[in-house]
Design a protein around this ligand. Structure first.
Ligand SMILES: [Zn+2]
Length: 283
């Protein structure tokens, strides 16, 4: 199954006979994007009526397992994609496609094309042939040569990671509640607005006191710090985390993690929270 609508869109373009001859996919997940492109190749070539995990035709099997002559996949060989790999591709694609409708190449981690392999690649792009279809996949468009980029149709494909509700296995309402607690709690602790032990009673224990609830709260805090560290925090209620220096964020995450590790054991929850609050004084 093609998991991204922009890749699915290619199927329609193909049937309308309006497909470009080269695409550059800019994505946050090269592997997922690659798998979607494989599904695309299967869907347009399938001998029976293509459906998810087509088991009926040998062609889909060959495409999936990359054992068909007219589909060439290129991966970096060491640090780079080498010129010899591109020359080999060009040599193989001199013949007409026998098994697929087109000769198709997929260049994974296209940012690893160095200047000599890029220049060799340009030959394909400058003199497009009817029966060659090319895909470049990258997560770092900036590192690619302008001459390559300008000859491809660029498609940005981002895959959503599981959201916090799915990760924690809680409802939206519960999440709201945990967010209320976490934003007040962390903000006050980090900015030392109030005594930590008092905060534990006032902000946390007055609302939640079950072990699994405390685990959810700390997991949420952990994930939010993680998002901040990865510079993809979208929840504006926690934007105060962005003001922390990197080292402090790492330290904070470690303190949350250490607490999370001890919650499942038979420890007094109130004592555990008090320990966390005291550690936070040293942040
Ligand atoms: Zn099939």
């Amino acid at each position: 199954m093609i998991k991204n609508e922009k890749v699915q869109f290619l199927v329609n373009k193909y049937h309308e006979n309006k497909l470009s001859h080269a695409f550059l996919f800019v994505t946050n997940d090269i592997q997922k994007c690659h798998q979607d492109l494989i599904e695309f190749v299967k869907e347009i070539n399938c001998n029976s009526s293509y459906k998810d995990n087509c088991q009926d035709c040998n062609l889909c099997y060959q495409i999936e397992n990359n054992i068909i002559l007219n589909l060439i996949e290129i991966y970096p060989d060491g640090q780079n994609i080498k010129k010899s790999q591109i020359l080999e591709l060009q040599e193989k694609f001199k013949t007409k496609p026998l098994y697929l409708k087109q000769n198709i190449y997929i260049i994974n981690n296209a940012e690893k094309l160095n200047s000599s392999s890029s220049n060799t690649m340009l030959k394909f792009l400058e003199e497009p042939e009817e029966n060659i279809l090319g895909f470049f996949i990258t997560n770092n468009k900036e590192s690619m040569l302008e001459t390559i980029k300008s000859r491809c149709q660029i498609i940005v494909v981002n895959y959503n990671e599981e959201n916090i509700v799915q990760k924690l296995g809680i409802s939206e309402d519960e999440l709201q509640n945990y967010e209320d607690i976490a934003s007040t709690y962390l903000n006050c602790l980090i900015n030392k607005k109030e005594d930590g032990i008092l905060l534990n009673k006032k902000v946390i224990l007055s609302t939640i006191n079950k072990r699994e609830q405390i685990i959810n709260l700390f997991n949420l805090m952990y994930l939010l710090i993680d998002e901040t560290l990865n510079k993809n925090l979208t929840n504006s209620r926690f934007s105060f985390l962005n003001n922390l220096e990197f080292e402090k964020l790492v330290d904070l995450q470690k303190k949350v993690y250490n607490t999370l590790e001890t919650i499942p054991f038979n420890v007094n929850i109130e004592l555990l929270l008090d320990n966390f609050a005291m550690e936070m004084e040293e942040l």
